[in-house]
Design a protein around this ligand. Structure first.
Ligand code: SAH
Length: 222
């Protein structure tokens, strides 16, 4: 990747990124580390060059295959919720997509495991994350409904597509004291974001806010 594209110019410049951080502050994001990471992460590298000029708008954008890169606010919010107790060990993400949330997590968690069911997106994300020298990330092309048993238990699980119910296998792969952030709902225009906290065999569920995600779909797409 050439140096100009990596550092960004004009609409992808550092100044534009700082404006995004101001929006996140206005929307109530408080965690300083999350804000710093969002400012440092070149979101324009995760989307098609033709859309680069919109990379630092606080909006979801298409990434092909009928999927989207999440809105920066929701990436920041989910990361903030995950970090609330200060634990930043092993984290599992379901729905790598272009790898933007993965990159944000990789800058603050020890290891990030991320699963994607569409092969093309999985391959592209691998390339982008390598270019950014994020080496504490492990990507898997698979159906995220099954989680990633070999690497369980996870201190945190972030699900970036919405199932109609919380998948039981994911609950069972949470560490004791671990947290899961997950949107739940059947309508694409309306789902509810939940925080799940595990204490031994008890799972406490807290409603966070209304959200809009693509659906969590079973099986893989080659
Ligand atoms: N985390 C991404 C969001 C991508 S959108 C970001 O930072 O922007 C959600 C992604 O979840 C899509 O790429 C979709 O293909 C993927 N997905 C949907 N169902 C899945 C499943 N069962 N397992 C793994 N990934 C899934």
């Amino acid at each position: 990747m050439n140096a100009t594209r990596l550092s960004g110019i004009g609409m992808t410049s550092q100044r534009t990124r700082s404006r995004l951080v101001q929006w996140l502050l206005d929307e109530g994001i408080q965690n300083q580390e999350v804000l710093r990471i969002m400012e440092d992460t070149p979101r324009h590298l995760f989307i098609d060059e033709g859309l680069s000029h919109r990379a630092y708008e606080n909006t979801a954008l298409p990434i092909g295959q009928g999927q989207t890169i999440s809105q920066p606010y929701i990436v920041a919010r989910m990361t903030e919720l995950l970090l609330e107790t200060g634990k930043t060990g092993k984290v599992l993400e379901i729905g790598t997509g272009c790898g933007y949330q993965t990159a944000v997590l990789a800058k603050t968690c020890k290891t990030v495991f991320s699963i994607e069911r569409i092969r093309k997106l999985h391959m592209q994300a691998r390339q982008t994350l390598q270019q950014l020298n994020l080496h504490n990330v492990q990507l898997l092309f698979a159906d995220g409904f099954n989680g990633w048993q070999q690497n369980a238990p996870f201190d945190g699980i972030i699900v970036t597509a919405a199932p109609s119910d919380i998948p039981e296998k994911l609950l069972l792969q949470m560490a004791n004291g671990g947290r899961m952030i997950i949107p739940v709902g059947t309508q694409e225009s309306y789902q509810e974001l939940y925080l799940i906290e595990r204490q031994d065999d008890k799972f406490r569920k807290t409603f966070i806010e209304k959200v809009k995600f693509v659906p969590l779909v079973g099986g893989v797409s080659r």
